[in-house]
Design a protein around this ligand. Structure first.
Ligand SMILES: [Zn+2]
Length: 81
């Protein structure tokens, strides 16, 4: 009684942020994407869900193309843990 369990999910607090390049379909330039966590991207790829990229100069969100997705998948494999 009165025992407070020290809930400290340290592994979850330390979010691994991923940075990758995605080609904007409007200006065809590669734009650096961040703000995605490693696990989020891995889940989206695994489930085949669309991944949104953002192009600053165009001010647009866009979906990653198939080549970009496979490049991303490969980089995830090479950087696993
Ligand atoms: Zn653009």
């Amino acid at each position: 009684m009165g025992t407070s369990a020290p809930l400290r999910p340290e592994a979850e607090l330390r979010v691994t942020e991923l940075t990758f390049l995605a080609t904007c379909p409007t200006c065809t330039q590669e734009r650096r994407q961040n703000g995605f966590s490693f696990s989020t991207v891995r889940r989206l790829l695994k489930l085949g869900l669309p991944i949104d990229g953002y192009c600053g100069p165009c001010g647009q969100l866009f979906q990653l193309s198939e080549p970009d997705r496979s490049t991303l998948a490969e980089s995830l494999l090479s950087t696993s843990q």
